[in-house]
Design a protein. Structure first.
Length: 168
């Protein structure tokens, strides 16, 4: 595997602008929303406070997700996983192509992670050839590839796979 510091640095740089922009939008939305609430007269402010609280929750969740991603890239252990199998699950109403990624953790155990590679959308009659094409494209692209995996030190079964860094 490539140098761990280089991978972390590249991922951090790649995602930093996007994450900072999303955090800026979240904070700006919160500031604007609550500024509007406090700019209103007192009689309307009570009703708008409930409205602003409800709309603040998704903005706070987005802010939390951005910060947690940056923390995970910096702090979670990094290992190299292998895509062992690419398979189609067409039993559900939303057919998806999954990959089974196996990776070794620091304590010597081997973990397995199942990730979604692509989704077709709603199932319709006659879509089987498209599903098989989607499966074959994903098999060609990802099967037996090496992928960086960030895993939680507290629970190694939780992992983040970086598909953009996949290498055959």
């Amino acid at each position: 595997m490539e140098n761990e510091k280089q991978i972390r640095k590249r991922l951090f740089r790649r995602d930093l602008k996007k994450e900072l922009l999303m955090m800026l939008v979240s904070i700006g939305g919160l500031v604007l929303l609550w500024w509007l609430v406090y700019a209103l007269p007192g009689s309307v402010r009570r009703a708008m406070t409930a409205f602003a609280t409800i709309f603040s929750i998704p903005l706070l969740i987005m802010l939390y997700m951005c910060i947690s991603w940056l923390i995970r890239v910096r702090r979670w252990p990094l290992t190299e996983g292998t895509v062992e199998e690419v398979f189609l699950d067409d039993k559900s109403p939303l057919p998806m192509v999954f990959a089974r990624v196996t990776y070794d953790v620091d304590d010597g155990s081997r973990q397995q992670l199942q990730i979604v590679l692509s989704a077709y959308g709603d199932y319709e009659d006659g879509c089987e050839p498209k599903l098989q094409k989607m499966l074959s494209e994903n098999k060609e692209k990802y099967e037996n590839t090496k992928i960086p995996v960030f895993y939680s030190p507290a629970d190694p079964k939780k992992g983040i796979v970086v598909l953009q860094e996949a290498k055959k």
